[in-house]
Design a protein around this ligand. Structure first.
Ligand SMILES: Cc1cc2nc3c(=O)[nH]c(=O)nc-3n(C[C@H](O)[C@H](O)[C@H](O)COP(=O)(O)OP(=O)(O)OC[C@H]3O[C@@H](n4cnc5c(N)ncnc54)[C@H](O)[C@@H]3O)c2cc1C
Length: 353
């Protein structure tokens, strides 16, 4: 079986940036992507999310940031498709990586098991994002609630909620944004575990750096990466003002249980609801790395930069502090540098490569 210098898993912002920099350094690699088309998670965002609604999509290396007023699930994928083409990146799709493990023969190689066969590689860059792992917290009665339950992952657009009294759960940016769409068409109740932290001043670069540093510190200590919203705070934009005028952002303490057609509040009161929208976030999609036992006893994968401390053949990009488009672009560069350094140290890549 051919041995590659690197396999990148995922062709979103993080994987494409990594591939660009690996190519520039002369590292022979492939990018395996589970989706049928270019665009990473952006191709799956809901139809009503326009480029005006996103928080900003950073440029990929040696390219302009995607622009346009259209739906983000068309604009960004078109831009990624052109990028892959223009830079002739070695993306193969659809290929799903099921698991990655040590070859177990003393060769120091990794074996990448996919739904299209196995590959052997000296290094691996995991750039799998979070979209494939929507998180729904478990509450008593969740399975007995008779009405529809949606997650941000499969948000059907505001019209599906018309006439349905809806509990929106979650204290992050997605909850704020989805309430902005749903509240003008139906009655909503907003539930969060902690009181939301609102940002009133303009978002400064210092605040951004503080948020990233906080998550960086967590992954350096092997903790699960946390939401950066706790540091950056939430903001209401113009498109959310109508919902705000309707009182949609009056937060309620998290309910304690779901019943067939209601939620049970902490004081025991029963509050009828017809639907639940879980805007409760995502978890890193790292299940394919399980055989490598990268997870620390503190629940996260300990990183030094982008390198997994437990197995330096593995880089994680778009994970923790680099889980933003700007962070993913930068992490791709750092990961390619770390891969090249690893290969050089082992004599598998010439220093000029
Ligand atoms: C609703 C929402 C809105 C957001 N808005 C913004 C924003 O406005 N600005 C911003 O900077 N950030 C935003 N983010 C965060 C941002 O999307 C990400 O940080 C960034 O786009 C993720 O890029 P990525 O390459 O890490 O992952 P993705 O774009 O998710 O790409 C991962 C790729 O890996 C593939 N993959 C996954 N598992 C496997 C596997 N086992 N085998 C093969 N392939 C696999 C997937 O098919 C996918 O193509 C948002 C996130 C969410 C959830």
């Amino acid at each position: 079986m051919e041995v590659l210098d690197a396999v990148v898993v995922g062709a979103g912002q993080a994987g494409l940036s990594t591939s660009f920099h690996l190519r520039r350094r002369g590292v022979e690699h492939v990018v395996l992507d589970g989706d049928a088309a270019p665009g990473g998670a952006w191709q799956h965002r809901w139809d009503s999310l326009t480029m005006r609604d996103v928080h900003g999509v950073a440029a990929l290396p040696d390219a302009e940031a995607p622009t346009g007023d259209g739906p983000a699930n068309l604009v960004v994928p078109a831009s990624f498709a052109a990028y892959e083409r223009d830079h002739q990146l070695p993306v193969e799709r659809p290929v799903t990586v099921r698991r990655v493990e040590d070859a177990g023969d003393g060769s120091g190689l990794l074996v990448v098991h996919t739904d299209r066969g196995d590959l052997r590689t000296r290094t691996l860059v995991s750039a799998t994002g979070t979209w494939t792992r929507p998180f729904v917290p478990s509450y008593p009665g969740r399975d007995t609630f008779v009405g529809p339950q949606w997650h941000t992952h499969d948000y059907p657009g505001p019209e599906a909620f018309r006439g349905l009294r809806t509990a929106v759960v979650g204290g992050g940016a997605s909850a704020v944004q989805l309430l902005g769409e749903v509240a003008p068409v139906t009655d909503t109740l907003w539930f969060t575990r902690r009181p939301p932290v609102w940002r009133t001043d303009d978002f400064t670069p210092e605040a951004g750096r503080a948020a990233v540093a906080m998550v960086e510190d967590r992954v350096r200590r092997g903790l699960p990466p946390a939401s950066v919203v706790s540091v950056t705070g939430l903001v209401l934009r113009e498109q959310e003002h109508a919902a705000a005028d309707l009182g949609a952002y009056r937060r309620r303490a998290m309910f304690t249980a779901l019943e067939a057609d209601a939620v049970r509040l902490p004081d025991g009161t029963r509050e009828p609801v017809d639907a639940v929208l879980w805007a409760t976030g995502f978890r890193p999609a790292v299940g394919h790395l399980a055989p490598l036992r990268l997870r620390s006893e503190r629940g996260g994968i300990t990183l030094d930069g982008t390198t997994a401390v437990a197995d330096p053949r593995v880089q994680l990009v778009g994970y923790g502090p680099s889980a933003s488009t700007i962070g993913a672009t930068r992490a791709g560069r750092a990961a390619a540098r770390a891969v090249a350094a690893w290969l050089e140290r082992r004599g598998d890549l010439s220093p000029t490569g």
